[in-house]
Design a protein around this ligand. Structure first.
Ligand code: NAD
Ligand code: DAU
Length: 382
């Protein structure tokens, strides 16, 4: 079997032989084994195809199985490591001379941040700080075209803006930050670091603040895959509180195309809000999933799946409504989502039905412990 060192030597030789220009230099993706990062990496090899290095710590949320199809792709390199590791980052920049960083790595689940916030601050704030430092140090060695091409793209969330009343206008790029959960606070802090590294050190950064994603490879601690898998298994479908909280849903591949648009055409120092214009109450999302399963699994003993809906104790500090105004990215960068919520959700349900091996791989061990911890404390509400 080829050793990791040999593989690296073969790759460096290949870059030298084709006289690699900076445009063909690798991009660094962090958190590329998680839900959105992995979709981005798979999409990258469908669309762009130039070298990509994926740095991921493989926490409970990272799953190398998702990227199994890339294992023989000479343009794909996986590094098992932590974005908080300054020495590792320094080495990776020196070795690969990245033309861009696309920073997905984070602790991403609000409920986990409520039960244990520290790791959110370590990774989301501390890790982003280390990555910005390493990128800045490398950027300062660049000159000419290499310097003007370099980008640091930070993936953030609409949760930094807080919560909306039913008739409030959607979040725009100038909405004041008002994060309400430890997760949202950690992401807001990381956005501020990125902004400061641009303003103070001139690092060419961009930020996207995106709404709720859904689609293939979504870890089933989050609403849509959790409801889907519980419904298929005939388990209760836990809806927090009255279920009238609103989220603005975006199919994950549309998020990937937005990130690529910003990477290619975005202006350094700018923030772009990304959303699907698909505001739905949680209870309606759950009912739509139940109806799709009734249609696709007509012989299941769980039909009608909606009989499994169970209202449980609410999330503390639960944001009532998110909505994104994506006018800026649509008009300035000519980006538009390709999927409606209906088409995207159908694709998602079909994907989970067809990919039971992936589901089985992620729903063992630690996952079971989390489900027990999060839901056993929630009283059922009549
Ligand atoms: P995820 O939890 O599915 O994946 C996170 C990935 O980061 C995992 O592969 C994990 O192993 C890796 N990771 C965690 N800590 C790390 C560390 N210290 N070093 C290296 N790797 C580490 O998250 P996701 O849902 O794919 O979200 C990705 C990004 O998008 C996050 O920054 C999140 O805040 C943001 N975001 C998510 C959504 C959403 O709906 N999921 C919406 C908007 C923005
Ligand atoms: O808005 C973007 C954010 O979307 C991202 O920044 C986060 O990383 C991502 O996790 C997501 O956060 P949410 O808290 O909105 O997603 P979650 O899937 O956890 O919950 C969606 C809604 O469903 C929310 O109102 C809480 C509710 N919910 C969630 C779970 C897990 C339930 O009613 N029952 C549940 O069991």
């Amino acid at each position: 079997m080829e050793t990791a060192l040999r593989k690296l030597q073969r790759k460096s030789l290949k870059y030298k032989m084709v006289g690699m220009s900076f445009q063909n230099a690798p991009v660094l993706v962090t958190g590329g084994a998680g839900f959105i990062g992995a979709n981005f990496v798979l999409d990258w090899f469908e669309t762009v195809g130039t070298p990509l290095v994926n740095l991921d710590k493989l926490t409970y949320a990272g799953n190398p199985l998702t990227l199994e199809s890339l294992k023989d792709n000479p343009n794909y390199t996986f590094i098992h490591g932590d974005i908080c590791d300054a020495d590792l980052l320094k080495r990776l920049f020196a070795e690969h001379r990245f033309r861009a960083v696309i920073h997905f790595a984070a602790e991403s689940h609000v409920d986990r941040s409520i039960l244990g916030p520290k790791v959110f601050f370590d990774t989301n704030i501390g890790g982003t700080h280390q990555l910005l430092n390493a990128a800045r140090e490398f950027y300062e060695t660049l000159t000419g075209d290499e310097r003007s091409a370099f980008r640091f793209h930070h993936i953030s969330t609409d949760e930094v803006y807080g919560t909306l009343e039913p008739n409030d206008p959607a979040f725009s790029e100038t909405t004041q930050y008002a994060p309400n959960s430890p997760y949202a606070a950690s992401k807001a802090a990381s956005d501020h670091l990125v902004r400061a590294w641009h303003h103070t050190y001139g690092l060419p950064t961009t930020i996207t603040n995106c709404s709720n994603n859904y689609g293939p490879y979504h870890f089933p601690e989050k609403l849509i895959p959790l409801i889907l898998l519980n419904a298929m298994a005939g388990k209760p479908l836990p809806v927090y509180g009255d279920g009238l909280q609103v989220r603005d849903w975006l199919f994950v591949q549309d998020h990937c195309s937005a990130v690529r648009a910003v990477l290619e055409r975005g202006k350094p120092g700018e923030t772009y809000n990304v959303g699907g214009c698909n505001q739905r109450a949680n209870i309606d999302v759950v009912k739509t999933i139940c109806a799709l399963l009734d249609e696709l699994l007509p012989d299941s003993q769980n039909v009608p799946h909606s009989k499994l809906i169970t209202h449980v104790q609410d999330r503390p500090g639960h944001d009532r409504r998110y909505a994104i105004d994506a006018t800026k990215i649509e008009t300035e960068l000519n980006w538009k989502p390709a999927e409606s919520f209906e088409s995207g959700l159908r694709k998602t349900v079909e994907w989970y039905l067809a990919n039971q091996a992936w589901v089985q791989g992620v729903t063992s061990g630690d996952y079971r412990k989390w489900i027990e911890q999060n839901y056993s404390a929630r009283e059922v509400q009549k």
